[in-house]
Ligand binder design. Structure first.
Ligand code: CS2
Length: 505
């Protein structure tokens, strides 16, 4: 029998193996307004919130979704047709999939259609949290200075049109202003993006934006609004047609399911203006300082992804699992983590780093998660700068190891130049700076440091002669056609040799 489209009316007819909301959806309030309803929000914050609702029946914590861009329309329409229900397909390494229907989304507002609806929902009494997954680019900072980018024409538009903003800051400002005028407490602004110090960054950008037109209001926001930092983690590949088919095989007709791994982690700074769901009852950690957790995650997991993504792309691997199943890549990743990242990481409370790294490699090797290298390498210009460059810089300061990282940067230059694997197959390069990167990479054939000299990404790496020696030698060999796996092998051999040499001194 053909499955019927997922909706409130068809929930009861779903197979018993699929878990469903165990609370009264009609009675849900929207305690949270969430901007950026992508795959990650749906597999992470919404999943925790759903479990919290199921466990406590505290119906204040439904989530009203918001899409800021025209590009969100298709997804909004798909979810609206399903009464905002969707399935979370958790893919286990043994090939099994657990399906859970997530019901905590109460609505999905498309901001360009009705900006006022978004502002009034944020300003409503029931709203206690406005959360964000707007990607790194959504924070609108200039990567070279870390300051708010006033050159963005949307910013000028929003200052001139406070009732019809385009960017998230305009919406937050309009809603906070309204609450302030009405004598209501502000909501907490909770970033759930994989950005280091995500709460601090959000505060800095919002305050800078408001300060441009009302310094007194900016000061109020700075003093009265909370912006908790958080470390967020769950590998969530982009939804594909194959996932829709998989849902169908499980007895579900869902136009936009989301798939993810079983692992999930959320470490949240204990700093909320108002009440919040007690997410710690469903596995989140509430801590006073998230810094060590986020540094560990970004520099091991995300940088590890970048290492596999860039080197693996040259080799022609398609997914993270394919790359990490290649023995030389697995060794390279583990050696990178042990020799280049771990020595510059602080101790992380309650975490055994060795176990954490082993778990990471096992997560990457989940054969049921098809996490494409094109997703991993997308927006590398932003990722490399935050995931990898700080590790290299810290190592250079204390004369630590940087060789394996230097090969990754040389390979990224090659990738940015050719947009192909080393076997000539074309790669799907998704990066806002793709043209700039390609130009700098092409110039590197004559001026070898041209790519590395892009300061907004690499800081001052190009002026470190020891680092440049490795980098240049790898780049020259790549341009000469030497295969990346040979360079990886020789980099690892030397690593072992120098370690054993040290042992004999
Ligand atoms: C990935 C992340 O895009 C990337 O670079 O490393 O999306 C990663 O899968 C998540 O941060 C996992 O929590």
């Amino acid at each position: 029998m053909q499955a019927k489209l997922l909706s409130e009316a068809t929930l009861d007819s779903l197979p018993a193996t699929i878990s469903k909301p165990g609370y009264d959806r009609q009675a849900l309030q929207s305690g949270i307004v969430h901007v950026g309803v992508g795959g990650f929000h749906r597999s992470h914050q919404a999943f925790y919130t759903e479990n919290y609702l199921n466990q406590t029946l505290d119906l204040r914590w439904g989530i009203c979704g918001v899409g800021l861009r025209e590009a969100d329309r298709t997804i909004q329409q798909k979810l609206a047709a399903q009464d905002y229900l969707y399935s979370l397909l958790v893919k286990r390494p043994n090939g099994e999939t657990d399906a859970q229907i997530i019901g905590c989304m109460t609505d999905f507002l498309l901001a360009p259609d009705d900006p006022e609806a978004v502002i009034s929902q944020m300003a409503a009494d029931e709203t206690r949290i406005v959360s964000l997954t707007i990607t790194e680019g959504g924070y609108n900072f200039d990567p070279s200075t870390g300051e708010f980018d006033f050159a963005n024409p949307d910013v000028q538009h929003d200052i001139a049109n406070p009732d019809k903003p385009r960017l998230v800051f305009g919406y937050l400002a309009a809603a906070l202003q309204r609450r302030r005028t009405a004598g209501k407490a502000p909501f907490t602004i909770q970033s759930c993006d994989n950005v280091q110090h995500n709460g601090d960054v959000t505060r800095k950008m919002l305050v800078a934006y408001i300060n441009a037109y009302d310094s007194e209001f900016a000061q109020w926001v700075n003093e009265s609004v909370s912006f908790p930092n958080a470390m967020v983690d769950r590998i969530t590949p982009a939804t594909t047609e194959g996932d829709i088919t998989l849902a169908e095989q499980l007895g579900l007709l869902d136009q936009w399911p989301v798939t993810c791994e079983p692992f999930h982690q959320w470490v949240i700074e204990d700093k909320f203006t108002q009440q919040r769901p007690l997410w710690e009852q469903v596995g989140a950690q509430i801590v006073s300082d998230v810094t060590p957790y986020e540094t560990m995650k970004i520099r091991l997991l995300n940088a590890g992804h970048t290492v596999l993504g860039v080197l693996g792309s040259l080799r022609g691997h398609q997914t993270i699992e394919e790359a990490v199943s290649d023995p030389i890549f697995a060794r390279y990743l583990r050696t990178f983590m042990d020799n280049e990242v771990t020595p510059v990481l602080e101790a992380v409370p309650g975490i055994d780093l060795d176990e954490y790294k082993q778990t990471l490699i096992a997560r990457f090797a989940n054969p049921n998660i098809k996490d494409s290298l094109s997703r991993i390498c997308s927006q590398s210009s932003a990722k490399v700068a935050t995931f990898l460059v700080p590790t290299i810089q810290q190592n250079l300061l204390k004369k630590g190891a940087t060789k394996l990282s230097s090969l990754v940067l040389a390979a990224w230059c090659w990738y940015s130049d050719t947009h192909t694997t080393q076997y000539g197959e074309s790669l799907d390069v998704i990066d806002d700076l793709a043209d700039t990167l390609q130009h700098a990479a092409q110039t590197s054939r004559e001026a070898p440091l041209a790519f590395l000299s892009q300061q907004s990404i690499f800081g001052t790496l190009a002026s470190d002669s020891a680092f440049c020696e490795y980098y240049q030698s790898y780049l020259t060999q790549l341009f000469a056609g030497v295969k990346v796996e040979h360079l990886m092998t020789s980099a690892l051999e030397n690593e072992v040799a120098s370690a054993s040499m040290e042992a004999t001194i």
